[in-house]
Ligand binder design. Structure first.
Ligand SMILES: [Zn+2]
Length: 438
């Protein structure tokens, strides 16, 4: 971008500088062009000269809203100035207040700069990204926008709403709603305010609408989020593998370690749902974070509340506290007893957590018998989630081996341990992926 377009040294009075700045700003807005166009060059190099343009100043300043006299301050050097200005074009920052001084750097168009002082010739001393220097005031505009509608330029004839959009009696949200224009509607543009609002006509009604939701082209169809093909019972497992899950709390640290180590070694990915109290207990007794230790062995860990209450009996807020208190902080959780009602759904939503129950219940807590638990788990079908507990007989190396073998004989696989992108069993992420890599 040419030097002369960026910087203009004036011999004229302060008011004349207001003229030029305002006019250039207006031209920039109305053409949409950058300061590099030849016409702008001409304007910059041939200022209107002297006092004669003072009337222009009054008009353009008040109409454009680009520069107000107070923004420019007193023409005397060191006068008070607006604290922040925005570059209206790529603009050189120089070591002194004229184009004869060296360029320190070029600030991009739209950059916010901190004003330190102002010279009588209209140049500003600025701070930008930690560098201090001088730049021409010609392409610097006050950062703050004005709320009052001021027509600045010739807007396009029609625009399309990008969302359902309120038409109001004035150019801000403080004004009354005339009607709501449907997304994708064509509106006729009558004028544009400095704050980006448009005066529009739609179905015979005239009012103002925010330009933020008006574009020249039709809105893109919002793609519907792809809902994972899953159910509450299967959680994020979209595969045909069977997921073995264990709730509550192991009896001993050695039992826990034996299972997670075996699972990692055998490339099995279990899902563990310890309570917060369980984690706190092992942490205080052994200084071990069970969740972290399980993850380190490529196992998945989900939330199971702090103290295992029936969440249905708690308010939404208190239920959420159970999900967000001591315990596993992740995106999936299993409500104690699988007990769910609207309170529980509300609590999970508030905690930004999804509910994962099960599809096969071994009733391990009731039978307390390894053979029966293994037999029930071995009946799982493709994609099932099997419920067991860490304190009962299914949480055992031998039981898991048997279940795996039995399922294998029926052509089924158990969810595998987490491998990550590098291969080999890796530490699982705290948040479960949208689809469990079983
Ligand atoms: Zn439980």
């Amino acid at each position: 971008m040419g030097e002369s377009t960026m910087e203009y040294r004036t011999r004229t009075s302060g008011i004349a500088r207001v003229v030029l700045c305002a006019m250039l700003g207006t031209a920039l807005l109305s053409t949409g062009a950058t300061a590099a166009t030849p016409s702008m060059n001409a304007a910059a190099q041939d200022p209107f000269g002297g006092q004669g343009a003072a009337d222009y100043a009054a008009f353009h300043v008040s109409e454009s809203g680009l520069l107000k006299p107070q923004d420019l301050g007193n023409p005397a050097a060191g006068a008070s100035t607006t604290s922040t200005l925005v570059t209206q074009a790529n603009l050189n920052l120089r070591t002194g207040n004229s184009t004869r001084h060296k360029v320190i750097l070029t600030m991009p168009k739209g950059a916010s700069v901190k004003v330190l002082s102002k010279a009588a010739n209209g140049w500003y001393k600025l701070s930008y990204k930690g560098r201090t220097g001088w730049a021409s005031g010609q392409y610097l505009k006050a950062a703050k926008t004005t709320a009052k509608p001021r027509t600045v330029s010739k807007p396009p004839a029609t625009l399309v709403t990008q969302a359902n959009l309120n038409m109001r009696t004035g150019s801000s949200t403080k004004h009354k709603i005339v009607l709501t224009i449907a997304k994708g509607a064509n509106v006729k543009v009558l004028s544009k305010a400095a704050n980006g609002w448009y005066k529009v006509n739609y179905k015979g009604r005239t009012g103002w609408a925010s330009g933020q939701y008006l574009k020249a082209t039709a809105p893109k169809a919002t793609p519907k989020p792809i809902a994972p093909q899953t159910t509450q019972g299967k959680g994020p497992n979209l595969t045909k593998s069977v997921v073995l899950t264990y709730d509550d709390c192991p009896l001993t640290l050695s039992a826990f370690d034996a299972v997670v180590k075996y699972a990692a070694k055998s490339n099995i990915g279990l899902v563990l749902a310890p309570t917060g109290n369980c984690l706190a207990s092992f942490k205080s007794r052994y200084g071990v974070d069970l969740a972290d230790r399980a993850r380190a062995h490529g196992q998945w860990v989900i939330n199971h509340s702090v103290s295992h209450p029936d969440l249905r009996r708690l308010s939404c807020a208190n239920g959420a506290k159970q999900l967000q208190g001591t315990g596993v902080r992740t995106n999936w959780g299993r409500p104690p007893y699988g007990a769910i009602n609207d309170n529980v759904r509300c609590a999970y939503q508030r905690a930004d957590m999804r509910i994962w129950t099960w599809t096969v219940d071994t009733m391990d807590w009731q039978v307390k018998n390894k053979k029966t638990i293994v037999a029930r788990a071995s009946q799982a079908k493709a994609g099932d989630t099997v419920l067991m507990h860490m304190q009962w007989q299914g949480f055992d190396v031998d039981a898991i081996r048997q279940i795996g073998n039995n399922l294998g004989k029926r052509g089924l696989t158990v969810c595998r341990a987490y491998h990550g992108p590098k291969g080999g069993v890796q530490k699982t992420p705290v948040k479960l992926p949208a689809s469990l890599p079983c």
